[in-house]
Design a protein around this ligand. Structure first.
Ligand SMILES: [Zn+2]
Length: 160
């Protein structure tokens, strides 16, 4: 799959809920995982490869794989993560988002539709927050928590 870069319009789409679970979905998630791994990423949202559905793949701490479908936030820490984040759709643009929580609890479905609830911490927590923002069609570079001058520079550079 081709990873789309900012300002590709698919990256600004508020993605649709996944309602059909089955072999086709699994095949798409497998292809997303391979694409992410071959680009050395730890997370990839579906709209980054042009699929405007609410799902992403993510690598866990021990290299384990998460297929996260229709995620909903349950709760999050008030403590900031203080971890810089990058994006496969904006190569080499690493940013610190002061609003990222050090842990987040989400409810989501797996590829077979089964509902899970789980807490993610540290880098995975930041990744979950980053990918969920993708699914809303938002850019991680345009948060109000980033200084205005920096945001202006990023908007010009990436067209966000
Ligand atoms: Zn991203």
């Amino acid at each position: 799959m081709e990873i789309l870069k900012f300002p590709n319009p698919n990256l600004f789409v508020n993605c649709k809920e996944v309602k059909v679970f089955g072999e086709e979905l699994k095949t798409l998630l497998d292809a997303m995982w391979e694409t992410m791994k071959s680009s050395n990423g730890i997370g990839l949202a579906a709209n980054q490869v042009g699929l405007t559905y609410r799902m992403f793949v993510m690598e866990g701490l021990n290299g384990d794989r998460f297929n996260v479908i229709n995620p909903k936030e349950i709760s999050r820490s008030i403590v900031p993560a203080n971890i810089r984040e990058g994006c496969l759709s904006a190569p080499n643009e690493f940013l610190l988002r002061p609003d990222r929580a050090i842990w987040i609890e989400i409810q989501f479905q797996k590829e077979d539709g089964v509902v899970f609830q789980r807490v993610f911490k540290d880098l995975q927590a930041v990744c979950v927050q980053h990918e969920m923002e993708h699914l809303e069609g938002k850019s991680y570079m345009q948060s109000k928590t980033i200084p205005k001058a920096k945001r202006k520079h990023l908007a010009k550079k990436w067209g966000v």
